[in-house]
Ligand binder design. Structure first.
Ligand code: G6P
Length: 511
């Protein structure tokens, strides 16, 4: 039975994400409490939760800690416990050592370990059970991201009455790469438990539909996938079929080019590009103290003519090394001079339990040390490297202080930093250099789009950005701003949930 709320019925709208919507904080007086997470997803969904009996199911961030559900503001929070072993095998292992690199074009080598997948399945089942407990009859459940791809089908199995959406925040790989995954059928079946599967880019949605068509043999018509409700084929049957290793080994499927006879569930797979809380960022950019702070930042950097900025989680997908290499070469050949220019790189600590992240950190620290040692002067730094996370107020001040924003990701589901930079620019100045391998590049067409693997192109774009005339820069920025003002994260959430509400579910084709 669903857990009771005030109505005694469970919750009508449930979000399921690896991380809970609140962080545990220690106050100055030593007391502890919970604070709403600052991220865009929480900002977008919190108002919906507050107006619709909402609950959020997720891990609260500490190992081996079992907490009872609790309320925070108008949100009901359902903590899912993870043991140290779960964190090692499900979070650092299968999620961030297998899926993350595989889904990001194998920039780092994915590791395939059976015990990691076992943990992934076990933890996904736990998330599904916690959700099934709190969802009201016929509730809408929205599952988030690659850590929970098995949850939709597990949940449908437990609670066929629910309407289930899934959103993948990271890329979905091309079928040739996805095919490497030993548990590819389980993942596809898991996702197909949803009624609507959202992706960042049209190409991600199409990669997914092609994988389903090729591997499962299901009929796909535009964005709709026909998932047969009864079939004799043990490998490729309903997504409700069990998750087992044998099913994953099946490969030879008959691909349907017309809807097969029988009853099928319709599942839509389509792009819904995520965005940011634009209004909050533009409001911060108008605050006197934040404007003053942005001026102070430029002074602290020795008042260079041009401030270049990079802001990323310290992740190998972000192309931080490529960016630094281009910058270093521009200093070496004299195209840029210290004093005239300064680079600020904020790299927030991330996933330090995963080896590839530890190695990247060492490499970046070495590169920064080399650039500083060679080019810093007593009065002017060539580069400021900040291995910290900052509150949004400080980030907005940094965006305002930066003349050029460098987003050079090798692969990125969306890249919200690019959108935040645009939202934070008050006048129509500032230039965004943006990798074409980000989801944001589909919408921010007036940025200077680059291939970060091409170091000469990247150097040319940095120089072009530092010397761009203000008319060109402001025409571009005005266009970019229009994009992020009209397409903010609330619109993303509403578009997705409206579509989920419209979907009809089943189709019957006569033989
Ligand atoms: C990406 C993922 C999110 C994840 C975030 C931070 O944006 O799409 O699901 O929460 O990175 O990573 P972490 O591993 O710290 O949750």
């Amino acid at each position: 039975m669903p857990e009771s709320n005030e109505n005694g019925n469970g919750y009508d709208f449930v979000v399921v994400a690896n991380r809970l919507a609140v962080n545990h904080v220690t106050n100055e007086d030593g007391t502890t409490g919970w604070e709403r997470s600052p991220g865009g997803l929480v900002t977008a969904l919190a108002p919906l939760m507050e107006s619709s009996e909402g609950a959020w199911v997720g891990w609260h961030g500490a190992a081996d800690d079992v907490l009872e559900p609790f309320d925070h503001g108008d949100m009901h929070l359902v903590p899912v416990p993870l043991s140290s072993e779960d964190i090692e095998d499900y979070y650092e292992g299968f999620s961030n050592g297998t899926l993350w690199p595989l889904y990001h074009d194998v920039i780092a080598r994915p590791d395939f370990h059976r015990h990691w997948f076992e943990a992934y399945r076990r933890v996904n089942q736990r998330f599904a059970e916690h959700t099934a407990q709190v969802a009201a009859p016929k509730a809408t459940v929205w599952v988030q991201d690659y850590q929970l791809q098995l949850v939709p089908a597990m949940l449908r199995d437990l609670r066929p009455d629910l309407t289930i959406g899934f959103f993948n925040h990271i890329p979905f790989p091309p079928p040739g790469l996805f095919a490497q995954l030993p548990w590819r059928h389980s993942v596809l079946r898991g996702l197909l438990g949803a009624d609507l599967i959202g992706f960042q880019r049209a190409s991600d949605a199409s990669n997914f539909r092609r994988a389903v068509h090729n591997r499962m043999g299901y009929y796909v018509e535009d964005e709709m996938i026909h998932v047969p409700l009864q079939t004799n084929a043990p490998d490729h049957g309903s997504p409700l079929a069990g998750f087992n290793a044998d099913a994953d080994r099946g490969t030879a499927v008959r691909v349907n080019s017309a809807p097969p006879a029988g009853v099928a569930r319709l599942v839509e797979a389509k792009e819904f590009p995520i965005s940011i809380d634009t209004a909050t960022i533009t409001a911060l950019a108008k605050r006197e103290d934040i404007i003053a702070r942005s001026q102070e930042i430029r002074e602290e950097l020795g008042n260079p003519e041009t401030v270049l900025l990079g802001v990323d989680r310290l992740d190998y997908t972000k192309g931080i090394r490529h960016r630094m290499k281009a910058y270093e070469e521009l200093l070496q050949n004299g195209s840029l001079t210290v004093g005239q220019v300064c680079m600020v790189q904020v790299a927030s600590p991330s996933r330090e339990g995963v080896e590839s992240y530890r190695l990247l950190k060492e490499e970046i620290e070495q590169t920064v040390g080399r650039i500083s040692g060679e080019f810093d002067t007593l009065s002017h730094p060539a580069i400021r490297y900040l291995h910290h996370s900052y509150p949004i107020e400080e980030m907005v001040a940094l965006y305002m202080a930066a003349d050029v924003m460098l987003v050079t990701a090798l692969r990125d589901g969306m890249n919200l930093v690019a959108k935040e930079y645009v939202a934070a620019r008050r006048g129509d100045d500032g230039v965004l250099v943006l990798s074409e391998f980000t989801g944001a590049a589909d919408q921010l067409r007036q940025a200077l789009l680059i291939n970060p693997h091409d170091v000469d192109e990247l150097k040319a774009a940095i120089l072009r950005a530092t010397t761009m005339d203000s008319e060109d820069a402001s025409a571009r920025m005005e266009n970019l701003r229009r994009q992020v003002v009209h397409h903010d994260v609330r619109r993303w959430a509403t578009d997705f949930l409206d579509r989920l509400g419209e979907l009809t579910g089943v189709v019957s084709v006569k033989g």
